[in-house]
Design a protein around this ligand. Structure first.
Ligand code: HEC
Ligand code: HEC
Length: 381
């Protein structure tokens, strides 16, 4: 970043336009390897997938697919860690080349990943690969302004109302006896935007923060060259709390996607088909409606969407209800659902099982006219 961060006043007077501009610059900043003459701008890797937030979320839009790793209980791979990093500092072997493809089974497309040139031997037999696409970030500030109480008011883990839908809060325990409510990421495994930014810095870019002080990011002890190369930087956060908070200020400033406008007919079909039971309209602390169409709760979506990976509070078949307010942009960027496999709203709904099976059946039984109204409501014109 070519901005002198120390000269920017943060905090006292709230978040100003200057913070947002500095945060945006940091979001697009291409990190370089340490050591470099400028502290606070270096620390890339040793293993990484990208140099900048903006290379996966260009203009804060949806984008790249990464290969996450884990087993059903949420343990990372013992050698490769939580994610495949396909790039590395000089002298350190990249983990793999991820070759993404698609497989068509009876008209339904699924995503496949082949890991080629594995740099550290085979994955553990219990490790599953879960492809995750970078979601668009427009509107995250509004979702951030929804209170935990509002999310919890819709949770019904034991399905007491008997509608077959049991949204579960993504409680995260911190090891010190405290707990926080997860809301970010496909499995709602991060509680705050600051936590999500810190984990992205660590896992995607290999940059340490006060939350994750180890300079080696997602390198495991089995990856010796990576650990040794990074050891010299030990204990010094490569990104300061100030830098992380400026990135968060930028994220909070991202406006909600343009509204869908009044489309009573399509919205009525959406509600009638049971979509709104999960894809709900929450309200902010100030009482403003957030038309993201998510309850920010976890739902069991059945075997078709089970990725074999537990994460945070989520079981392998559980996912956070995905927001639906940028579907057009998400489709243009490649596809819907966590791995981008669905090429249309109909394909996305066809994958809905588990708690959403009843709603899927209602969707499939809609007349062509009602389905068109629903699609117009969700995509705009
Ligand atoms: C290598 C690609 C990549 C990079 C670099 C990256 N992200 Fe992401 N981002 C993703 C993916 C993939 C997800 C979904 C993660 C998941 O849930 O598995 C994600 C999720 C998010 C989310 C959660 C959005 C939501 O609706 O829950 C936020 C916020 C975010 N990223 C911000 C950032 C910031 C800030 C940075 C830079 C510090 C960053 N990302 C860097 C790929 C990337
Ligand atoms: C039981 C809760 C539930 C119900 C009911 C439900 N959904 Fe979903 N929906 C989800 C979850 C969870 C995801 C994320 C799944 C994933 O990515 O693997 C999702 C994802 C989607 C997506 C993809 C969004 C994206 O950006 O990738 C679309 C489109 C969608 N749902 C539309 C609908 C429609 C239309 C209905 C009604 C016919 C409906 N859903 C009913 C929970 C539900």
């Amino acid at each position: 970043v070519t901005l002198a961060l120390s000269s920017l006043a943060v905090g006292a007077g709230g978040v100003g336009a200057l913070d947002v501009a500095a945060g945006r610059a940091l979001f697009d900043h291409a990190w370089v390897f340490a050591p470099s003459s400028l502290h606070g701008q270096s620390g890339l890797g040793p293993l990484y997938d990208a140099r900048a937030c903006g290379s996966c979320h260009a203009n804060a839009g949806p984008g790249r697919i990464v290969a996450r790793l884990g087993d059903a209980r949420g343990e990372p791979d013992p050698v490769y860690g939580e994610q495949i990093q396909d790039s590395a500092a000089p002298g350190v072997a990249p983990e793999a080349v991820v070759s993404l493809g698609w497989k068509d089974v009876a008209g339904a497309r699924t995503a496949t990943a082949r890991l080629m040139d594995l740099g550290y031997g085979p994955l553990a037999p219990t490790t599953h690969v879960s492809l995750r696409r970078a979601p668009g970030l427009d509107g995250v500030g509004l979702l951030d302004a929804v209170t935990d109480e509002e999310i919890l008011s819709r949770s019904d883990p034991d399905d007491r109302d008997g509608d077959g839908i049991s949204g579960r809060p993504a409680w995260l325990v911190d090891g010190k006896g405290g707990r926080s409510l997860g809301r970010w990421g496909w499995k709602a495994s991060q509680p705050t935007l600051a936590a999500q930014a810190a984990v992205a810095l660590r896992r995607d870019i290999g940059v340490s923060t006060s939350d994750y002080p180890e300079a080696w990011g997602d390198c495991t002890p089995a990856q010796r060259a990576c650990r040794q190369g990074a050891a010299a930087m030990r204990g010094r956060a490569e990104a300061s709390d100030e830098a992380r908070d400026l990135i968060v200020a930028y994220l909070r400033s991202l406006r909600a996607p343009a509204g869908k406008g009044a489309d009573g007919a399509g919205e009525a079909v959406f509600t009638r088909a049971g979509c709104a039971a999960c894809h709900a309209t929450l309200t902010t602390r100030e009482g403003a409606p957030v038309r993201a169409y998510t309850d920010l709760l976890l739902h069991d979506m059945g075997p078709g969407l089970d990725d074999g990976v537990g994460e945070g509070s989520a079981a392998p078949a559980e996912w956070r209800t995905a927001p639906l307010w940028s579907l057009r942009a998400e489709l243009d960027a490649g596809g819907l659902l966590h791995d981008g496999r669905a090429r249309s709203i109909t394909e996305a709904v066809a994958w809905h099982g588990g708690e959403a099976a009843r709603s899927r059946a209602r969707f499939m039984a809609l007349s062509a006219r009602d389905r068109a109204a629903l699609e117009t409501f969700l995509l705009g014109h």
